[in-house]
Design a binder for this molecule. Structure first.
Ligand code: NAP
Length: 291
């Protein structure tokens, strides 16, 4: 069993981006600028945004964090996005989800200029991805694709089972894996909460992408010998042996599943760092296409 080490792969992407960004500076060109909008004080969102801003700084990208009150109206937020859309200094815009209940995620995603949609959630970006056209691919599926590429995983002709069909992970992942690309050409099955006998589908999989948000759900009896496992889930579970009182686990029961696999991502340190690295790549691209 070998580890698909997201920390290492993400570091190599960041090192590359650092050199590319330094080169832009040498040439006197504009540096990529990402704006992250954080509405309210959701603890997990604070952590994710802080990690994104830190990663930007590390590679020399400009980043601005806009913090808005929980009570902001949808109209005000849309106005704010509109201003960023027209600001030539800003290359990428991301709005950290989830948003407060009175604001529509959909309205906000649709308001972002597709040219600055570095999260790849806008229907224009998704539509282009489906058609195999150049676009921003949403960060988690793109990060997973980059991870598979980093470790030279040959996906061609393999049966990939994606568990989860969310717009931000499962569904775009299924499209990428089925695309005619270096990280695609799989035969893909997409499973969800209405799938009958999930275990049977998983047991037939050469690659399992677990993105269902159910801690340690995929167990050894659901995995065939030699499978490649990508665990997207991140959930905090209570752990009295830890100082913090909790630990992070994925959607895969790592202890029992890992010995059966050819490759597996750890949690943490697998998909998480790749998601951020993919966002950085999208931001760099957003600027490079203008430079
Ligand atoms: P989500 O929007 O809640 O979607 C979960 C999907 O899993 C849904 O399609 C759901 O089916 C399906 N599902 C739920 N229970 C199932 C079951 N028992 N059997 C089969 N399918 C089932 O979640 P998400 O946003 O995609 O995120 C999934 C996980 O990935 C979460 O733990 C999240 O924290 C994590 N995540 C990690 C990163 C990262 O960077 N590492 C990024 C994003 C998300 P239905 O559609 O039928 O409801």
């Amino acid at each position: 069993m070998q580890i698909l080490d997201g920390k290492k792969a993400a570091q190599s992407i960041r090192d590359e981006l650092k050199l590319d960004t330094a080169q832009l500076a040498v040439e006197g060109k504009k540096l990529p600028h990402l704006v992250a909008i954080l509405v309210g004080n959701n603890g997990a969102s604070e952590t994710y945004v802080a990690a994104k801003v830190k990663a930007c700084e590390e590679v020399g990208l400009k980043s601005t964090l806009i913090r808005l009150e929980d009570s902001i109206t949808e109209t005000k937020l849309l106005d704010e996005i509109q201003e960023l859309n027209t600001d030539p200094d800003i290359d990428g815009i991301l709005v950290q989800l989830p948003l407060p209940k009175h604001i529509s995620d959909e309205a906000v995603i649709h308001a972002i200029d597709p040219d600055k949609d570095v999260d790849g959630f806008h229907p224009v970006s998704v539509g282009k991805m489906v058609q195999g056209l150049p676009t921003y691919i949403s960060a988690t599926p793109y990060g997973i694709a980059l991870l598979l590429e980093h470790y030279n995983i040959d996906t061609k002709g393999k049966h990939a089972v994606v568990v989860g069909r969310s717009n931000i992970v499962g569904r775009p992942m299924s499209i990428l894996l089925s695309s005619n690309s270096k990280y695609g050409n799989c035969t893909v099955t997409i499973c969800h909460s209405h799938t009958k006998d999930l275990g049977a589908f998983c047991r037939d999989a050469d690659i399992i992408i677990a993105a269902l948000g159910r801690p340690q759900f995929i167990t050894a009896d659901m995995v065939k010998e030699g499978a490649i496992i990508v665990d997207v889930g991140i959930t905090r579970i209570a752990d009295a042996t830890r100082k913090s009182g909790f630990r992070l686990v994925g959607d895969v029961d790592y202890e029992s599943v890992a010995p059966k696999c050819s490759w597996i991502t750890p949690v943490p340190g697998g998909v998480g760092p790749m998601t951020i690295a993919a966002l950085m790549k999208n931001t760099y691209k957003a600027c490079a296409t203008k430079n």
